[in-house]
Design a protein around this ligand. Sequence first.
Ligand code: FAD
Length: 417
Amino acid sequence: MVMKCRIAIVGGGLAGTATANALKTFGIDAELFEAAPALGEIGAAVSCSPQAVKALWGLGARERVDAVGHRSPGEYTRNMQTGEFLEFRDRFKLAEKWGAPYYSFHRADLLDALASTLDPEHIHLGHRLVGATPRADGVELAFENGARVEAEYVIGADGVKSVLRQALYGNDNPSYTGQMAWRSLLDASVVPEWILEPSGQTEWVGPGAHVRAYYIRQKKLVNIVTQQDTGEWVEESWNRRGDPDEMRTSFANPEPRLKALLDLVTDCMKWGLFARPINGNWGHERIQLIGDAAHAMVPNAGQGACQAFEDAYVLGRWLSSCEDPLEAFANFRRVRIPRVHGVQRLALANLNFKHMRDLGAQKEAIASGKGSMHGKNDWLYGFDPANDWNSTPVVAEQYADPPEQAAALQNSVPSPA
Ligand code: FAD
């Protein structure tokens, strides 16, 4: 039997569940299809900057999000090998400036918060999309379990390996970024306080690598996430269980705090980082891509999920404001693509800064305010979803689309190749 629906959301990760919340809040019915047998997230953290917290609040999840978010007073940056203090970013002060907190979440807690109000009747688990065929009056969706769905409109939140993006653009594949990450969670009771104090959040930067560690879940867990330059990612899978000793030895001569932290790791995951090119392949006609399906980026601005939350809110607003969803999708792309392209470029600039090999130059870059992205990114954090959802975005000049590309986007929406 073929199921018919008006709007199908494919993918129940952070982007898909946030969008389902937004649509529900704005009074729009949708069916959500997720490949996994249950909605869930990996055992790791995600941090969320104020403008994205406002998006989460706006899509109807304020109380639930506030209940599971952890706030740290700020982040210290230190040299990875000498331990030298380089910078402190006062997050309480920045939160005051932007009108919402920075939160760090356990991903599973945030996903639960977003999934908890959705009606299970509209969530279809165990539905892995394997094909999508656009028709004049809708899109036919084929699932691995044999189910067939005819949706009038489809929102593709199926992640960096998006089947919907593949269906629209063929060989537009994500590529390996030359970066790999280690991820680990530690029980906070085994982590001596001196390692992360005074604020409970530290980033160590060094040649070709960085490490971040911070508390989540009301200080019950410490999240460790690292990143390093390597051209050696040869495996087909993008993540797998890692070897803690390999993780430790991949950071040469760590300063005492970092060494003590890495020595505590007993379990870790190893990730190859893949990203999408910065282009306008965000969807066409009845299919709209969001989240990593549209704009997977290197994680160095801490914005992949944040941009997905903005996507969710802004798409919900456009869908509730336009009678014709095609018009809503086109407007969504018009306002979202330039902003997210700016964020993708900012993330690459942050990566270059964090992994500088000349540590003197890196220190100078921080001192002169040229290295750290904080403090001069009003265009990013000053975005207020509730007021700015329909405005042409402001993007810092150095990260903006070239003028011809920007003009073309304002005049038309991208077509499939
Ligand atoms: P996904 O999380 O990939 O979800 C896709 C969903 O679709 C999954 O549930 C999947 O099962 C489902 N799916 C896939 N294929 C199909 C199919 N064919 N049919 C049906 N369902 C399907 N971002 C931040 O904002 N802050 C951070 O601190 C941060 N840290 C990061 C650290 C690392 C190391 C990395 C790698 C990323 C980080 N990010 C961060 C980015 C963030 O994790 C992603 O941008 C975000 O999780 C993307 O969410 P998504 O829902 O678009 O995609």
